[in-house]
Design a protein around this ligand. Structure first.
Ligand code: NDP
Length: 394
């Protein structure tokens, strides 16, 4: 029986993973080692009971009594805190879903790789923050790292059986989000409630807002660079409002392989779950005649500066990805708390990167977890003071 763990089980990706596992036979077909969540204790407990997990972990100590109550009599172990989540990743499982949101997903992912199984990586922040470290850990322990982000799953699928040296370019698509046709003027007054409404995808709050600002696409540019090792100038972004093509790979003979699929993350999760085979996944099948047309346009760097910042990070490498992600997380917190405007997020990230770059803090190779976590911490402090300065200058 295959063993699995889901980190971030109660989130959008976690729910889709749970759905596929339950449809695939649930506890009769899979032995569930660990399920983790944060604040949604009723759902975490419900999932843990349904899958008969060995352990359920919440990120927050104060949620532990509620988790214990909800799992009373089930025989399922309960634990709480970031260290307990990392310890849950020390329990071997054949297939692990990494779907915690933010840099908090890095340590559990690294620890899970040490068992040499498969890590299905939805948590793009860990590749952006510590790509070389993650890949080196996977190689060292003979683990398989599979992309779950739809664009990266699409690139991965387009590359099956291909010689990577024949690749000329990789094109990842962006829906353009809810503000694709907003003017700069209109973008000055965007609220969190508007930004969270994605036109095509149903996702967690943070990634939905990141999609609207194109910070999500910026993370994905860096993720493409880190995961596949292509040069930055081989990687392009194209706005494709229908979100049907997720990515394309162009080869040296001029041909392009495009990956099409519905805007349903269960396709990419299912691909990672069944790899190296394909399994049935209950997503809607595309009706191309009904779709009729697929549109493309170049993204506007003036309205979406996150893409330019990602290019700077790809050129700089070192610890700049860790700084970029941490500053982005602080800026996003500021926007959600209505302390920072929508466009102010990019200003805060840019200020953070340039301050840290002037101190020569970014041009250091991200070889140890300690280096990465120190940079994460420093960038969060720098970004928090940039948010304060932004408010004072408003
Ligand atoms: P959600 O916000 O929906 O879920 C996040 C999960 O992480 C929840 O289980 C949440 O628990 C848990 N969590 C929150 N904070 C912490 C913390 N500090 N420590 C441990 N666990 C925590 O996110 P998504 O599912 O949308 O995204 C998850 C990851 O997948 C992100 O990295 C995202 O970029 C990536 N991704 C998501 C896609 C999508 O379609 N949603 C597509 C591609 C990639 P709780 O809910 O109990 O509070």
């Amino acid at each position: 029986m295959r063993s699995i763990s889901i980190f971030g089980a109660t989130g959008s990706i976690g729910e889709s993973t749970f759905d596929l596992i339950m449809r695939g036979g649930g506890p009769e077909a899979y032995r569930t080692v660990a399920l983790t969540g944060a604040r949604n204790i009723p759902r975490l407990a419900e999932m843990a009971r349904a899958l008969r997990a060995e352990v359920a972990v919440t990120a927050h100590e104060e949620c532990l009594p509620a988790l214990r109550d909800a799992l009373a009599g089930s025989g399922i172990e309960c634990a709480a805190g970031a260290a307990a989540i990392a310890e849950a990743a020390d329990r071997p499982a054949d297939w692990v879903m990494s779907a915690i949101v933010g840099a908090a997903g890095l340590v559990p992912g690294l620890r899970a790789l040490r068992h040499g199984g498969t890590l299905a990586l939805a948590n793009k922040e860990s590749l952006v923050t510590a790509g070389p470290l993650l890949l080196a850990t996977a190689a060292r322990y003979g683990a398989t790292l599979l992309p779950v982000d739809s664009e990266h799953s699409a690139v991965f699928q387009a590359l099956v059986g291909e010689d990577k040296s024949a690749v000329e370019r990789v094109i990842i698509t962006a829906s353009g989000g809810p503000f694709r046709s907003f003017t700069l003027e209109q973008m000055q007054s965007i609220t969190p409630a508007q930004a969270v409404k994605h036109p095509n995808w149903s996702m967690g709050q943070r990634i939905s807002i990141d999609s609207a600002s194109m910070f999500n696409k910026a993370l994905e540019l860096i993720e493409t660079r880190e995961f596949f090792g292509f040069d930055p100038d081989q990687i392009e972004v194209i706005t494709h409002p229908q979100s049907i093509i997720h990515a394309m790979v162009g080869f040296c003979d001029g041909g392009i392989m495009a990956h099409l699929g519905p805007a349903d993350m269960r396709h990419a999760i299912g691909f990672a779950l069944h790899w190296p085979n394909r399994g049935d996944v209950p997503v809607e099948r595309l009706d191309l005649a009904q779709l009729a047309s697929l549109d493309f346009e170049a993204p506007d760097p003036a309205r979406f500066p996150a893409l330019r910042l990602a290019r700077d990070v790809m050129a700089m490498r070192g610890l700049s990805g860790a700084a970029f992600n941490a500053a982005k997380e602080i800026a996003l917190d500021g926007f959600i708390a209505e302390e920072l405007s929508f466009l102010g997020m990019a200003e805060v990230v840019e200020t953070t990167l340039s301050q840290l770059s002037r101190q020569n803090s970014l041009q250091i190779d991200a070889t140890t977890l300690e280096d990465v976590l120190n940079m994460d911490h420093l960038a969060r402090e720098t970004a928090a003071s940039a948010v304060k300065s932004w408010q004072q200058g408003k």
